[in-house]
Write a new protein. Sequence first.
Length: 198
Amino acid sequence: MHNERVKLVLRARYFLDSWETFLTASGYSKTTYLLSQEALDITRIIIEGYLALVLIHRDHVNAVLTPLYPWLHSSEACEHTFGEARQVTKDFTMLDFLYMVPKLKVKMRQAIFKAKTSNAKSRASGYSHTYFDMAGLDQMSLSTFPSDEQISMITEMASEEADSLISLLGLIPIQVHNLQHTNVVLPGIESWLSHPGS
């Protein structure tokens, strides 16, 4: 499961990098033909964040006891808390929120123990949460992480798939790669030390 997700995020990253390189090299406007800079930043944060979660869980967390649930690393739990708070008091202040903390603890425990899924009433008020619903999840696959060798193979597959997408756009992937790997040659230190007339 994590292998497939790693491939998915890497493919997205390689495609975005290649497309941005092509636009820069050909002089096309990035504001017209690319995601906004903010959307690109968010996409890169999500990609790098997921890869970091996989590596951290693999290398530093006992995966058998703590499988990686990527959807729990989001703002959904916070949104659920505020949704429950709005059910207690529609328009609450900070003081109201502090007083309702005991009630919120009970509501959150109920949701966890019942493995509560979203219902139509919650959906109508704008709060639809399913992160407690663990039915049908393969816990073993969520506890199994790719090794460095597997990540290398996944990286190659993701790169090939991104190249296929680039080809579908009518571009030649090797030319785009050559644009990405143009090296800037800076003058050597000797040029800094040479004095005119010496």
